[in-house]
Design a protein around this ligand. Structure first.
Ligand SMILES: NC(=O)c1ccc[n+]([C@@H]2O[C@H](COP(=O)([O-])OP(=O)(O)OC[C@H]3O[C@@H](n4cnc5c(N)ncnc54)[C@H](OP(=O)(O)O)[C@@H]3O)[C@@H](O)[C@H]2O)c1
Length: 224
């Protein structure tokens, strides 16, 4: 069966993705800052420690997986940062922290696991972005830090898609829908299981013709 690595697997959408891929029989490498917090059982689930903002943590994971093919990498770990982002109230330390997790983290992890992905059959990298990272759709105020980090990761992944296209890679960014997690809040429209189901179907069907594209959970293409 194929293999998938999920960052930020301790809760929310990451946890849901681990459960869904494991149910389909995939080998799932579930990564979290506190791997003991991953409360899912299953013969195909392996737990690893990973803080995507910590280069040594990423390097340790890469060493642990050295020589092991990986079909799909899912860059899921993310933070929203402070809700208050009006001009005059921007917290630049918090801004840097959001960029470290949401933008640099996925690039760092993709780079570190490139040899594993090259050795895999699917050669697929999926990054959980957001519709809030669409510059075209950003017409209302708010969420400046988060939006900037997701727009930046969109560009990073589009660049990586172009760089790896000739090798048959499929590198995409996806919006998971508005999901009831700690980040999405209780009023969101989708449960974690619903979002994970949509994402599983989307990711399982990805082929190189999708390389460099931005999808919503339901398969619609989103404007950059
Ligand atoms: N929920 C939504 O409606 C929504 C909408 C659009 C996009 N997204 C995106 O979907 C992804 C998952 O969101 P979510 O709603 O599931 O968020 P969540 O419930 O807040 O969970 C975030 C996950 O990321 C992990 N994480 C944060 N910083 C990390 C780091 N430095 N290293 C490793 N893991 C880290 C957290 O681990 P800890 O438990 O250790 O903190 C947690 O497992 C994010 O990229 C988010 O931007 C979500």
């Amino acid at each position: 069966m194929p293999s998938v690595l999920v960052s930020g697997a301790s809760r929310g959408i990451g946890r849901g993705l681990v459960a869904r891929f494991a149910r389909a029989g995939w080998t799932v490498l579930a990564c979290a800052r506190e791997p003991g917090a991953i409360d899912l059982e299953g013969s195909g689930i392996e737990r690893f420690a990973l803080d995507v903002t910590d280069p040594e943590s990423v390097a340790r994971l890469a060493r642990a997986l050295s020589g092991r093919p990986l079909d799909v990498l899912i860059n899921n770990a993310g933070v929203y940062g402070p809700r208050e982002t009006r001009l005059g109230a921007i917290d630049y330390d918090a801004f840097r922290a959001v960029l470290e997790t949401n933008t640099l983290g996925p690039v760092r992890l993709t780079e570190a696991l490139l040899a594993n992905l090259r050795a895999g059959e699917r050669k697929t990298v999926v990054t959980l972005s957001s519709i809030m990272g669409s510059i075209a759709l950003a017409t209302s105020p708010g969420g400046l830090l988060y939006r900037t980090s997701k727009a930046a990761v969109n560009m990073a992944m589009r660049s990586i898609a172009a760089e790896l296209a000739a090798e048959g890679f499929t590198v995409v960014v996806v919006h998971p829908g508005w999901v009831r997690t700690d980040m999405g809040g209780p009023g969101a429209t989708l449960s974690v299981a619903e979002s994970a189901e949509h994402l599983f179907r989307l990711i399982d069907r990805l082929r190189p013709s999708a390389n460099g594209r931005f999808f919503a959970h339901d398969g619609r293409e989103l404007p950059w």
